[in-house]
Design a protein around this ligand. Sequence first.
Ligand code: ZN
Length: 453
Amino acid sequence: MDNRQKWLFFIGSLMIGLICYQSANSSKSPVLGSHTSTKIATSQEEIGAFHRPDIKEKYGMTLNYFDVVEDKVSRNDLLSIILDKHGVSAYDVDVLAKKEKNLESTPYLIPGKKYTILKNKKTGKVEHFMYEPNAYKYIQYDLRDTMNVVEVKKEVNKKVVTSSGVIESSLWNAIVGSEDIHASMVQAIAANMEDALQWSVDFHHVQKGDKFRMIFEEDWIEGERVGVGKLIAAHFFQDNNDYYAIRFKNEKYDGFFDPEGRPMKKNFLKAPVKYARISSRFNPRRFHPVLKRVKAHLGTDFAAPKGTPIMATADGIVTKRSRTRGNGNFVKIKHDETYSTQYLHMSKFQKGVTVGTRVKQGQTIGYVGSTGLATGPHVCYRFWKNGKQVDPKRQNLPPPDPLPEEDKEQFFLERDKWIGKLKGIEFKTIGEENIPTEEEIEEMEKDSSDSNP
Ligand SMILES: [Zn+2]
């Protein structure tokens, strides 16, 4: 080596040393499975005019020391099939399979998921097989010495982010209900918001000009967004009303509260189905589409695809589960001495829900259908007060109790902080550019499917 090469080599080694030191520092014991080690550091900083080789850090190792094979699981792939291709003996695979039993659950190779094989550069022998069933973790098959299999959870960074929008009704429908936007972030966000505000905001009647702002967490791993975390606070503007929901958590509570400290969760849900549209309102003088004559409509119809789960709108006891010519399959629930609700035209009942069953608010009791006198799949939701059918929209239902005084002070601090932040978010019209393309959604799904850590 001439002097210049020596100098380069020295700088290079120094950098490798430095990076290894940092990663050793940041990674606690991988066996405990509670750390991150997958940092890809591909710095290309220039030292003067000289370039040094890219250092690739992943799985707590410097990949440069290995021959690296990165691939995705194919259909019908098994651990034995993949490793056999790389010269691992059936005996060794068997040992690994036994070690897999130490894990909480046996990892299954899912077609399309990523794996990485690290081979010794000199001998060509496989030293590690890393399988990534989702963005949140990987399974490390260590083939050195006594061999071992461990699950390593990656470090999740929570980022607090904000979002806002002015609704064009068709756009909103596209975001929450569209069939071609599946388990994407967009839907997760919409679901989060519905969870917080469904008792106050009429999501079945969202109109052009309605506006929202929200603050929520995102999960980031290795510099990439992998999922939506909890909603922290939301504001919805509808019919000249401002609705705020603030998440509050202490030893006793974990839920959403309005600015006065009352639970957002009311005694009755606004609707027995999610993402449905009201196809016919409570109307004592409606022209009946099947009977072709004026007949009071004493319910509210929510149109939704056949098979959509129907939820109990409040806690109660099932008093009827039956079928008549007009109602089709229906369930009736008694909530207290005053109120009962009834759900008609079900395609089928939920298993285990029979007369006498205690149900919780939000619990599935059946599925949308069009049994009985119905032109299409919908649930006819009927609200009974003291034995008479009434319009739930016109009832002044008793509000739930607010937080007790001793928790209010703590809550008000949170409230002021988050409402202040919400008010600082500018409303922006949702334009095409803010909606992920189909490809982006597919990409997100691939990365974050079954992504619950
Ligand atoms: Zn109806």
